[in-house]
Design a protein around this ligand. Sequence first.
Ligand SMILES: [Zn+2]
Ligand SMILES: [Zn+2]
Length: 275
Amino acid sequence: MAGWVLKGGEDYLHHLDYIRAVKNPQWWSQECGPKMLAGEPVFAWMNKTQSLFGSAGIYARGRVVRFLPNGRDNENDLRFWRPEAIAEKRDSTKPHVEFEVQTIHDSDTFLSRDVLAEHPLFRNHNLLTLDIGSVRELTDEQAKELDRLLATPIAATSWDLFSQSPDDELRAKATAWVPGNPKLGSIRKPRNHFVPAIALRRSNGRCELCEWTAPKDRLERPILEVHHIDGLQYDRPDAVGAICPNCHAIIHRGQKGGELNARLRILIAEKESQH
Ligand SMILES: [Zn+2]
Ligand SMILES: [Zn+2]
């Protein structure tokens, strides 16, 4: 038994909403459709431009229900297309594969392309250069590995450190950290994850700007985001704050963003002067 990765077209307005609303999506699949067998695992891919997570990658897992040689998107599917595309799609029949959505992955388990680009099983696989609207075949081994990776929280590097290492150790490691070269195929520059971990620990679960006590996420972590006050290149504990999503949005997009960022800089400097 094999597995399949499906990459949707640019036309879907909101991939996550789409996959939640349409439990049995029909995916256009001329090339591979006839080879797909009922029950085989299916992984749905999101482009970087469509992604809430800042990277391309896999956001849903399901299984093949059936192949429809003359399939047609149903009204439920069509809601998620551009208005111009709807009329055209309504009138056309094409080979479709119908699959059942089993798991939807959000930011905790969204499997980013970056991870796959460094993975021995996927590094050289054409999955990474998947065209829009196309399908890639996976070996059984690869499909099993995707399942394993999707079951593991992956966006938690700073959080793992935050919960596991003592403060002194975090600070020693943050100072000693040297940014190595980005790994081959990685599109992300290496980050010092110790610094965000220090800020999260220092916040004590409260926004370091507005002091709001953050509610917990499903993994029992306070919902706080790490903000680099003077840009990503300033990766020191006194240049990074753990702030609530609201304050973070205001700093980046709000009318008083600059003022609040300046205030955060002072507050963090005060806290750090005690270390
Ligand atoms: Zn706040
Ligand atoms: Zn920020």
